[in-house]
Each structure stands twice: as structure tokens, then as C-alpha cells.
Design a protein around this ligand. Sequence first.
Ligand code: SF4
Ligand code: SF4
Length: 277
Amino acid sequence: MRLWKIIYFSLKRRAFGRRFFDGKVRAYPTLRCNLSCEYCVNNHIDGGRHLADYSLLDPEEWIEIFNWLNRDVILTGGEPLLYPDLGKVILGVNPKLEVTVYSNLMVPLRGDLSWLQRKRLSVYASYHISGNRDSLFAENVRLLKKSGTPFSVHAINLEGRDRLQAAFAEKLGAGAPHIDIDEDQRNIFPGSSKAFRKMVRCDRAVILIAPDGGRYQCVSRMVRRVAPFENLAKDPLSGIRHVVDCPDFGFCAPCDYLGETKFTEPNTKTANPIDDG
Ligand code: SF4
Ligand code: SF4
């Protein structure tokens, strides 16, 4: 991939207005998952061999981090519902902050579900056709409806929009919720799932927190455990925007294209974090 193309794609993405940091914290309480989607970064990078290395923070540590950062929270993964005591974390976050759970909804929702009653909670459900657990998904959707928890459903466009929508409606039966179909980021983002590696200057404003509290420039680095910044379980926030020279463009995670991200010519100067508030 020629560098002008990389810059072109960054500019094109800016033109579509997806360049701004939304101010939210993206936390990965666990990177483990009950599914194995073909487009998942966990499988895409080194067979996910580093996932088991991560120690998990306690619920209290997550709560302290979120309330100290005082920003709306996205709990993602992996499958966050596999994190023990996710409900405790959700209920411990300052009620003024929004909490959004990104889930495949293919984990049984059992036990104490009082967290579903939290105000300012929503669920962003991903329907993964490889999951093959549609009855569980449907059961969880019913539960969310009953609890009144706002939720939305999306899927990655692997099968063709019409076929995917029809299959979803058929499998979920009467009462199937609306499903949004998103493009496969691998087809849009020139830096992901490629055979080449390229040195670029990677400029991102994002707060990604790994299962052990470490902060990373991107999901790809987090999964590979490459060059963490501070650990928020013990260190202050080092700044929101970081600029790094990275040799791994082409090996980025599909979702590393989202938000305020810019790729340009590499720079030989030492990369420094820039705090833009
Ligand atoms: S559900 Fe999400 S985290 Fe799990 S394998 Fe699929 S893409 Fe990966
Ligand atoms: S691998 Fe990560 S740090 Fe490197 S270019 Fe891709 S998004 Fe940036």
C-alpha cells in the first residue's frame, strides 16, 4: 500500500465526519470470548496467544478508575459478560455517567440482574452469525425488553445485507428487533488484516484500557501487549492523544480505524503524548 493511499483514506474518513474523539472510556474487562468470529482481532493477531497472559482487575479497581476519569464508559471485549461481577462494576459507576455494554448476547444472563435496572445503561448487541446460539440471543433480547434496558442490535455485513436481515428475522422469529448492518471494517480500513507491514506515524485520541488496567494506542497493540502506556490502576492519565511511529500498519485491528485517528508519514523524532483534554 502506497503511503499516499494511506493518507487519502485518512482524509476521506475525515470527510465523513468520523474523526472526533467521543470522550468515552473504552474498557476491556476481559478479552476472552465464547465465540470465534472470523473477523475478530483476538483470532487475527497471533492466534490470541497473549490473551491468557492478562491478569484481571477487581471490580473495585474498575469502579475507581471510571469514577476518577469521570467519563462515560463503554464496556467491551472480548465478551464483557464473561467478566466476573460485571454487574457490580456497572452499579458502582457514578450514576451521572453513561454506561454502554457491547455484548454478543450469547452468554446466559442469570443470577443477580439488578444491574439491568441501572439508569443511564444501554446495551449495544452484536449479532454474530457464527455464534449459532440464536435461541440464547433471542432469550436475552426478551430479557432486555422486559427490563426496559435500551438496546440496539447490529451485525457485520458478511452475508449480504438482505440475506443477513432475512436470516436474523427468521431465526429470532416474531418480535425480532431491528438490526443494523455495518460494513466489515477490513474492507474499509487499509491498515487491517493485510499481508504487509508498514511504518507510519499513528496519531490517535482514545482511551483504551486493557484487562489489567494498562492503556494502549490501539486494540491491535493491546491484544499483542505491545508498548503499553500507563497503567490506570496505579498511574495518572498520561494524556488522551498519543502520537507514535509504528511499524505495524497493516496489522491494526479492524476497529482501530474508528474515532479520531490519523496515519501520516513516519517521523524519526521520539513520539510524545499530547494532552488535548
Ligand atoms: S463476539 Fe466479538 S470478541 Fe467475541 S469472537 Fe466475535 S468479534 Fe471477537
Ligand atoms: S498497529 Fe496500532 S499503533 Fe500501529 S499503526 Fe495500527 S493502530 Fe496505529
